[in-house]
Every structure is written in structure tokens, then in C-alpha cells.
Write a protein that binds this ligand. Structure first.
Ligand SMILES: *Cc1c(COP(=O)(O)O)cnc(C)c1O
Length: 375
């Protein structure tokens, strides 16, 4: 019940245990085709440019930046936690021109950007791309895309919209096509409840055209999306070309995770996650605990950040959960380090029973520390 990896779905683990097959075998290619269908549903896109990268969420981030942008191009990075920091770090390494936006003066995070602020920044800086994080898992903030308003503004300004959905995809509404998203990526070990090592990725037609129009070579062989697209057969009927050995077992597992998503249905999944978060916050409020993200509209349901109150020992509570309940929760990360506990509600582990267990562990853990809410 931390911010990831989440508990893997047993079906994913069983699929992963199947014997290996060749990375270009018919069995593998059929799995990859089915994975593409599952990804189109998951991202809510009709784009043919979907695949799993053989890597983790960071691979998705790096693949988007290295393919969509060329040296010297400007990218506006909406930074409200560690993931924006990392995107800015990558942008520097790639010799892009990052323009970093921040939510507040104190750099504590715990908020997201009003959509109008992002739109104004795109108009002001005229970047080649805007990078945002839907689920800032380090601070528990949920970034809205304004239901397509941000995507439209990017389009009007000639900027691509790059979206990190690693900690959120499957748990909160996300419509890649309808919202005008040009590139987005996720991770396998969070809401999808798979093993780490396969990063779902999706590009729009506009993003694909931008890659085609590059005048310089893509700086990374590993994340060269046109080459990866030949392995995943993005052009119908084109021959499959070996680029790297796909992560066979992890793809098997993800094929199963995507089937599980399809069986439950996205709307039902979104509701299950928001219902669980509501139950969690009702119980936490009874214990006298408060959310780190003050404004309810910016609260992420998949990673919940709970402010560590004065007089409480966050590390002792994390230890108590593990020792007494076999329950993993996390402390803060980056800007929220030492300030919060993070409780993940993701995929297979997002159940009422698990929420009840977390609440019980918090209650007894705080009691053991002698912490009580000041009246
Ligand atoms: C976990 C996470 C990542 C990085 O994913 P890895 O699989 O650890 O590489 C990126 N962005 C967000 C929002 C995340 O929560």
C-alpha cells in the first residue's frame, strides 16, 4: 500500500511464469498485438503508435523527451514534485532548453497547477513541448488537463503535450485522444499491478509527424521510437524488425494486466479508486490526520499523502505497519520527505479491506507512540 510497486495481480504472476518464447516468435507477436489493443483501451486512444517499452517509467519519460525534441528546443516543465525535477534533469542532459514552472515559493509541492497558468506559460514561452505529471506521486497532487483545454492550447501554440501518467493511469480518468495528449507513458508496477519493467507508451499522429520531421538523429539507440515501432509494427503490414529483445515474461504479465483492466472496465476502476480514497480519508479524519494537499481539487486518489502531525514519528509508524501488519506504506520523497506518509491505492491492492487494514495500522501505530490529536 505504498506508492508502488503495488501488489501484483496473481494472474500477472502466473502469466509471467510461462516458458520463454522467442522475441519474434508468433506467440510473442500475437501477445504484442493484443497488448496494443489493451493499451489503446487503457489510454483511450485510436492511435496505432502504442507499445510497451522494455524499461520502467523513467524509460518512458526519457523516450518522450529524446524522440520528440531536438537539441536546443524549449520545453516547459510543470514541476510540482520530484518527477518534474527528473524531467528537467533529463532535458539538461539532452541539451534541451528547459523552462521550469513551480507551484509556489516554498517548493514543498503539495499542489498542482491551475490549467490557466499552464496555458499562459505555453503562450508566453512558446515551447516545442509542455511536460506535465498527472499523478505526482511524491506529493500526492493530481494535475488536471482541463478536459482538453490544455491540449487545445498546446495545439494552438504549436507545442506538443507530454504527460506522465505513471502513478495514475487506470486509477483516474484519462482520455488521451479527447484531451489532445501528444505523448504519454506509464509504468507496469503501479495501478496496472504488474511486475516492473514494461512502460506503456502512446503517441499522437502529431507527435509521430514531429519525429518524422527531425533533422538530427535520435540521441538514444535504446529509446529510438521509430525502431521500436518497427518491432511493434506501427505501420500495418510492415515487416517486424529486431531492435531489442522484448521483455518476454514481463510482456506476458502485462497482457494479463490489460485483460484484467478490460474485464473490470475503466469507469468501474476509476470509481473503485475514488471510493477507496474517500473511505481512507474519512477514517484518517477520525484519527485527526490531515491531507498534505490542502485543496481537494488537487488531491490524487492513487497516492494519498498524509501530513505528519507535530509530535508524531513518521518512520516509527512505517515500521509499525510493516512489523505488526506486514503492511508497506511509505514516507515522503523529494519535496515531501519527512513531511508525509504516502498510502497507495492501486489496482489489485485497492480494496475496502486493505483500506480498513491501513486505518487500523495507523490507529494502533499512533496509539503506540502516544500521539493523540490536540483538542
Ligand atoms: C514511479 C513514477 C515514475 C518512475 O517510474 P519507475 O518505474 O520507477 O522508473 C515516474 N513518474 C511518476 C509519476 C511515478 O510515480
Amino acid at each position: 500500500m505504498g506508492p508502488g510497486p503495488s501488489v501484483a495481480h496473481p494472474r500477472a504472476l502466473r502469466a509471467q511464469a510461462a516458458p520463454l518464447v522467442g522475441h519474434l516468435s508468433n506467440v510473442m507477436l500475437q501477445q504484442m498485438d493484443e497488448i496494443k489493443q489493451g493499451l489503446q483501451y487503457l489510454f483511450q486512444t485510436a492511435s496505432p503508435y502504442v507499445c510497451l517499452l522494455s524499461g520502467t517509467g523513467h524509460g518512458g519519460m526519457e523516450a518522450c523527451l529524446v524522440n520528440l525534441l531536438e537539441r536546443g528546443e524549449r520545453v516547459v516543465i510543470a514541476q510540482n514534485g520530484i518527477w518534474g525535477e527528473r524531467a528537467a534533469d533529463m532535458a539538461e542532459r539532452l541539451q534541451l532548453e528547459p523552462v521550469v514552472l513551480r507551484t509556489g515559493k516554498d517548493d514543498e509541492g503539495g499542489s498542482a497547477f491551475p490549467v490557466d497558468t499552464l496555458i499562459a506559460a505555453v503562450r508566453q514561452h512558446k515551447p516545442s513541448a509542455l511536460f506535465v505529471v498527472v499523478g505526482e506521486s511524491s506529493t500526492g497532487a493530481h494535475q488536471s488537463l482541463g478536459g482538453g483545454r490544455l491540449g487545445q492550447a498546446c495545439r494552438d501554440a504549436g507545442a506538443l503535450l507530454i504527460v506522465d501518467t505513471v502513478a495514475s493511469l487506470g486509477g483516474v480518468p484519462f482520455l488521451a485522444d479527447a484531451w489532445g495528449v501528444d505523448a504519454c507513458y506509464s509504468g507496469s508496477q503501479k495501478v496496472l499491478s504488474g511486475p516492473p519493467g514494461a512502460a506503456p507508451l502512446c503517441l499522437s499522429e502529431r507527435a509521430w509527424s514531429k519525429i518524422q520531421a527531425r533533422t538530427t538523429k535520435i540521441a538514444s539507440f535504446n529509446w529510438d521510437l521509430p525502431m521500436i515501432g518497427r518491432y511493434w509494427q506501427w505501420q500495418p503490414g510492415a515487416p517486424r524488425v529486431y531492435h531489442h529483445t522484448g521483455a518476454v515474461s514481463t510482456y506476458f504479465a502485462l497482457r494479463e494486466c490489460l485483460a484484467v483492466v478490460g474485464e473490470e472496465g475503466l469507469e468501474a476502476m476509476w470509481k473503485r479508486h475514488s471510493d477507496a480514497a474517500a473511505m481512507l480519508w474519512r477514517g484518517l479524519a477520525e484519527l485527526g490526520l490531515e491531507p498534505y494537499v490542502a485543496d481537494p481539487q488537487y488531491r490524487l486518489v492513487t497516492v494519498n499523502t498524509i501530513r505528519v502531525p507535530d509530535g508524531a514519528d513518521w518512520a516509527a509508524l512505517v515500521g509499525h505497519c510493516l512489523k505488526e501488519y506486514d503492511l508497506e506504506i511509505a514516507g515522503g520523497l523529494g519535496p515531501s520527505a519527512g513531511r508525509v506518509w504516502r498510502v497507495g491505492l492501486m489496482g489489485y491492492s485497492c480494496t475496502r479491506a486493505n483500506v480498513a487494514l491501513v486505518l487500523e495500522a495507523f490507529r494502533t501505530g499512533l496509539e503506540a507512540q502516544g500521539w493523540t490529536k490536540k483538542k
